[in-house]
Design a protein around this ligand. Structure first.
Ligand code: GAR
Length: 197
């Protein structure tokens, strides 16, 4: 059985959607994988509570105690490796993990490292995507699931969801509409990726 390790920094609602999908009877065959661990760089990330309540191992690795980005990423990689299934490396899923990763880390997990970003990539990489989509006068917004490559918010696109951008939208209302779609496409994209491999 393939293991999934999910990395979060906050609320963890995408992580929860993936855990729910993987644990649901009718999805379990499709997944053929289990969420083995949830790792956060923040001890107070709310998502850790959900993971613990669902019987999933949780780990906290505080980036602030490391002298460099490289040192944090090396420790994170070692931690992730502990959750490989025998003979099968884990799939590493970034779900609201708000850290820029070094190219060394990305290379090490190449092909099995996914991310969800709250925009229709390649538009609006980086932060404040919803505010920027509103400011640009976009008529549509959305989210993208992609394999991670060394360049921030780049890499082969696995899935996208599109939502209308309404005249009275604020960044918050748009974020909420997009997030609902994120919860659908991320578990589905992971199922498809696992199936392909
Ligand atoms: C999601 O909207 C995700 O797309 C975004 O953070 C939110 C996390 O929510 N990710 C990024 O901005 C990464 N660049 P969640 O913790 O409830 O899943």
């Amino acid at each position: 059985m393939r293991n999934i390790v999910i990395l979060i920094s906050g609320g963890g609602s995408n992580m929860a959607a993936i855990v729910n999908a993987a644990q649901r009877e009718d999805w379990s065959g499709r997944y053929g994988a289990r969420v083995a661990a949830v790792i956060s760089n923040k001890a107070d990330a709310k998502g850790l509570l959900f993971a613990r309540e669902h019987g999933i191992d949780t780990e906290v690795l505080d980036h602030k105690v490391f002298a460099s980005r490289e040192a944090f990423d090396a420790a994170l990689a070692s931690l992730i490796d502990r959750f490989d299934a025998p003979g099968t490396p884990a799939l590493v899923v970034l779900a609201g993990f708000m850290r820029i990763l070094t190219s060394g880390f990305v290379d090490r997990f190449a092909g099995r490292l996914t991310n969800i970003h709250p925009s229709l990539l390649p538009a609006f990489t980086g932060l404040h995507t919803h505010q920027r989509a509103i400011a640009a006068g976009c008529k549509f917004a959305g989210a993208t699931v992609h394999l991670v490559s060394a360049e921030l918010d780049h890499g082969p696109i696995l899935a996208q969801a599109v939502v209308p951008l309404l005249a009275d939208d604020t960044a918050d209302t748009l974020a909420a509409r997009v997030l609902t779609q994120e919860h659908l496409i991320y578990p589905q994209a992971i199922a498809e990726l696992l199936h392909k491999r």
